[in-house]
Design a binder for this molecule. Structure first.
Ligand code: C5P
Length: 286
């Protein structure tokens, strides 16, 4: 099964909650840049993870094979919810970089919930899967909704699907170092005025990359740039090369620009090939 990634076209933080999380309003766009996951039933109750040899080399240190991996957590959460003790072998061909703001780990967890619901013949409905997803992390519910885009609120787990006016092409670059989500949220400074999401929603519905790029906003950018100066430099260089807004995805450290077409996105990627990145790729909305 293909396990997708996302980019954020808008992210505003409305404040810190009593549970320590931040109240968000964010627009996520699902992309066709995916990991591949294979699931096979086991006779015993073990959840065994393997990383395929074709996986991109930088992911190994970020892909634990034990129960701390969100894939294993998702499988165990399903067993706990249903009172069963099923086992599974999971093989992951990992392409989506870690600590990148692309929600690769959350995509894997959502794909695991959908795949095992079928493979283990659990027949859980979407609302059960959403409850389990929300207990595991903030971005998993978006992928479970299987929408091309959505406004996500609360911690990120309350998903309102959106229409997208056309295919959107992205050129994404991750600097050598990633960002830790918790550190970025801890570093945000107080702000009085909240940005409205409406301009981004309207732009997304037109499908115009220029309009979407100009409406894009991410409240976490300043905090992340302070923690990761190489990312801040990369954003400046991308802006110079591409001459258009550069947007940070989630808590970073991946930053992206929108191409006018997928062909133009490939041209921009080539122009960016001399930059100091650990990951540079073009992909499209789903
Ligand atoms: O839910 P997830 O595992 O993606 O969150 C990682 C960390 O990011 C949390 O432990 C929390 O510190 C921070 N976070 C937050 N507010 C959110 C989402 C994440 O403070 N809405």
């Amino acid at each position: 099964m293909r396990s997708p990634s996302k980019v954020n076209l808008f992210l505003e933080v409305a404040g810190k909650r009593d549970d320590g999380f931040h109240e968000l309003e964010t627009v996520m766009l699902r992309t066709n840049f995916c990991d591949d996951m294979r699931f096979r039933c086991r006779r015993d109750d073990q959840v065994m993870l393997r990383l395929s040899r074709q996986s991109c080399s930088s992911v190994h240190e970020f892909f634990p094979l034990d129960n701390s991996n969100l894939i294993a957590k998702a499988a165990h959460a399903l067993n706990e919810y249903t009172g069963l003790k099923r086992g599974v072998d999971v093989l992951v061909n990992k392409m989506i970089p870690a600590e990148a703001g692309l929600a690769g780990g959350s995509g894997n967890a959502a794909t695991t919930l959908l795949a095992l619901n079928k493979l283990w013949q659990l027949d859980l409905d979407r609302s059960c899967l959403h409850t389990i997803a929300a207990s595991l992390g903030s971005d998993i519910n978006f992928f479970l909704a299987e929408a091309p885009a959505a406004v996500c609120r609360g911690r990120g787990e309350l998903v309102e699907p959106l229409c997208v006016g056309g295919r959107i092409s992205v050129v994404a670059a991750r600097p050598p170092r990633g960002n830790l989500t918790a550190d970025v949220f801890s570093a945000i400074e107080k702000h009085d005025e909240l940005r409205s999401v409406q301009e981004t929603i309207a732009a997304l519905q037109t499908g115009s990359p220029e309009a979407i790029g100009h409406a894009a906003f991410n409240r976490l950018t300043q905090a992340a740039a302070m923690l990761n100066p190489e990312m801040a430099d990369l954003m400046v260089q991308m802006r110079q090369i591409c001459g258009r807004p550069v947007i940070m995805s989630g808590s970073g450290s991946t930053c992206f620009v929108l191409g006018r077409t997928s062909r133009e996105a490939r041209v921009l990627r080539r122009r960016m090939s001399g930059l100091k990145t650990s990951f540079l790729a073009c992909f499209d909305s789903f």
